[in-house]
Design a protein around this ligand. Structure first.
Ligand code: ZN
Length: 153
């Protein structure tokens, strides 16, 4: 086996571990009673369903909560989204979501700034799963748009 092939396999293994870690121990999961924004989205092709809640104050995403049911990719991706968006200025969070979606559409990278989110890039090869991976991100983007309309940022 060539070094390059070995490297690829190791990388796939690391990526799989990142996704499984978020699936097994989802971050920011569980809804709160007082969100500023709440968006519900379904992905009927897979059966994934998600609620994303945001708290936005002074232009900053103070908190992200989510709940849902679905495949490991949709749930892991929701967990990763919550960590990526939390604590960011709204404009920066929106830019990151756009970058993530560009990666999932298979647009040319590099996407180094996405860090461990790159572990989901392999999903771009499977068109039916792209919706799984982007579901929570689309919900967050809609919530952030709402925050801007409400003049919260
Ligand atoms: Zn799914």
């Amino acid at each position: 086996m060539s070094l390059e092939e070995q490297h690829k396999i190791n990388l796939n293994e690391i990526y799989k571990q990142v996704i499984m870690s978020h699936f097994a121990r989802p971050r920011n999961k569980g809804l709160v009673n007082d969100p500023d924004m709440m968006v519900h989205l379904d992905n009927p092709t897979c059966g994934d369903t998600i609620d994303v809640q945001l708290k936005v104050k002074d232009g900053l995403v103070e908190a992200v909560h989510w709940a849902g049911r679905g495949c490991s990719i949709s749930m892991a991706s929701a967990s990763m989204m919550s960590e990526a968006v939390k604590g960011k200025p709204v404009a920066e969070a929106k830019a990151m979501i756009d970058r993530f979606k560009a990666m999932m559409r298979g647009e040319p990278g590099p996407f180094k700034e996405l860090g461990e989110l790159q572990s989901l890039s392999g999903v771009a090869k499977y068109p039916v799963r792209i919706k799984c991976a982007t579901l929570a991100w689309n919900a967050a983007a809609m919530g952030l748009d709402q925050a801007q309309l409400d003049g919260r940022s």
